[in-house]
Write a protein of this length. Sequence first.
Lengths: 348, 299, 184
Amino acid sequence: MTRRWVGPALTALVLAGAVVLIVFLPRMTSEFRLGQFTYVAIYFIALLGLNILTGYNGQISLGHAAFMAVGGYTAAVLILGQEGFKLVGQEPAEIIPKHGITPIWTIPIAGLVTGVIGYLFGLPALRLAGVSLALATFAVAVSMPAIAKRFEHLTGGGGGLSLPLPEAPFGWDISPPHWLYYEAWGAAGILFVVAWLLVRGRVGRAWRSIRDGEVAAVSSGVSPAVYKTLAFGISSAYAGVAGALFAIQNSYINPDTFPLTLSILLLASAVIGGLSSLSGVIVGALVLEFLPIYAQEPPVFDVNFAKQAAPVVFGVVLMLIVFLMPGGAAGLLRRLTRPIVAAASRRS
Amino acid sequence: MPLAFAWSDFAQQVTSGLAAGAIYASLALALVLIYQTTNVVNFAQGEMATFTTFIAWMFMDRGLPYWPAFALTLLIAFAGGVGVERVLIRPIEHRPEIVIVIMTIGLLIALNGLTGWIWGPEVKAFDSPFPNSSVIVGGVAISVRDIGTFCVCLGVVVLLWLFFRFTTLGLAMRAVAFNPDASRLMGVRVGWMLALGWGFAAVLGAIAGMMAAPTIFLDPDMMIVVLIYAFAAAVLGGIDSPVGAVVGGLLLGVVINLLGAYVNFVGNELRLPTALAVLLLVLVIRPTGLFGRRVVRRV
Amino acid sequence: MRQSGEIAFAGKQLSGAGPDKAARSGIAHVPEGRGLFAELSVWENLRMGAYVRGERRTIRREAPRVFEYFPWMERRRDQQAGTLSGGEQQMLALARALVSRPRLLMLDEPSLGLAPTVVQEIFRIVKELNANDGLTVLVVEQNANVALEAASRAYVLEVGQVAIGGDSAELRKHEGVRKSYLGY
């Protein structure tokens, strides 16, 4: 007899611990640090979506920052509204009157819009097997800034759009950074649960079967076309939500807010965290936010590297992960905890 | 649209498109070389090219004349390409495609950072071996630099073709690309053939980089857009077809130039997205590209 | 999978070495399914056979000899190998193996999927090679009739073990072999 509940109970305990940590973190840290953790939440959401696509469905996207940009611009345009838009570039952001929609409501709309666009992109992309899809998304990421600059009347062109900082609702007496932190982590929590339900259910099984062998999936009655575009759409929707939150948190968006580098580093972080593992996503998000900072100024040594040290470290870490721990951080965690769980499950 | 359509203007656009296309073709051919043998698209191809172009710049900065620097760079590129295959790709060659792609992405990130770290992010001027003048042919002014670029790129392509067609090593490399298992039975050291393929690809990339740099200037990100065009060219021609890559590259260079010049909506900014749209369209109509083989998938 | 034992050829250890090393030590293997380079021409396939011994020199010396056995190949040397008929492909695979002047020729299921007359033709050539050039040939073959007729020694393998072995003329008279493999 083994105690089967030990594994899930441990997971639940860790999750509860994470929630407590997230809720009480703002009391323990400075507002600047808090902003960094807000970005962690945002990356967490984007990486959840990317992991659904790449980890669970086996499709590589090198263009997720472009989908984040779609979400970001959607939110920005909605927040500014028609009246606010006219004042872009003429008045400082703080005094632009709020003509548009309350920022928080733009987030689901941005997710929806990006999801639909991603779905539509996924239709032709479906015909591209593996690497060609990666190429197409890569090309999207490279061309996004040019497109954003070209359609100036919508995006404010190279000058970008400045957004007012949102205030906490219901007369809640916290500062905008604190509000943004809770907003981002709230969205992250909801989307985590959604992703968890998705990958655990029928849809997730279909995705995995396509990833592990498309021909076999077809013969067991799964339509790759339907499920692959679905994965693309949902993944883009996640990116859209992340992009909207990013724009609001950044209170500014321009064509360089979501560069190609971000697309590439998103994929790298997803791999470092661990593909097809939701728990690894948080590691990926932390790496994406903090690795560039610490690579430049290692906390232990008293040195200061050039800005370019960050990508070098990032690339090397990624290559080492591929060599040494294909499951990423999550795989390592599983390997480390398995004996503990096994020991606890055994009756003494 | 310009008010009057002038043939000389049109011809000029075509010739400069061919020069750009020859650069895309070189890099596209590099991608195809690796795709044929390793069955993976090398996302680091552009960064490898950039890195070697910086090496060439360093040689010239230290006073080496152009062509010796050029030759030395090609040697280094070749060694580098072989090294990358041996050290990074070899240990994971039997892992799924996605793993190898991620490895090349890791290399892309690291090389891009390293280039900026060593040589700084500032844009640098890069010498061209060809004068910045033009010759008049049949009433059309053609830039000498364009002619030189075209000839160097296409010359290397022809040399490579001769190598694959007429030498034992070239034959063995083609055999490995088509059927590695049978090649092993013939006594071919398949691993080394793959490494050679990476070496040649790196050389092609270095040439593309050195030919592109005088026009687009030298900076760590300079090859990213060129790489996208090369991808597009390779996919357009059929990712497993060397001829397709070259034709695709030239075609793309000309079409993009003409679209940019004559279609107002496209202009200068939207060339890349337009190339992308054309690419997607081709793929939807003909997934194997213009010259590609139909892939039979195993269950 | 548990593995034991060793493989040695002409006094050289081959255990654990790749097929390319076996080829370099003088073994030519025509695998089941032939392992041709379908996209390359007939001539290029033959050139690949010569690769292991120094391609240029060897192909010049060996091609005439191979064309004696297979005259049609000389006329159709530029044809793509993949467009040959099944029997022609098997002959090309055999010819390609011969070009390397092997010390041991190994044929895996050469009769698979071929018409009886073609099978006869192939085994006639193999026998001739053995008789004229003293080439050692190892054939793995389901078609016991044909194989026993051509071979001087034969072994019956059952679940990975040599069940019966010996002179093939004797094996043909063996009752068990006759009943199970020859069908009379």
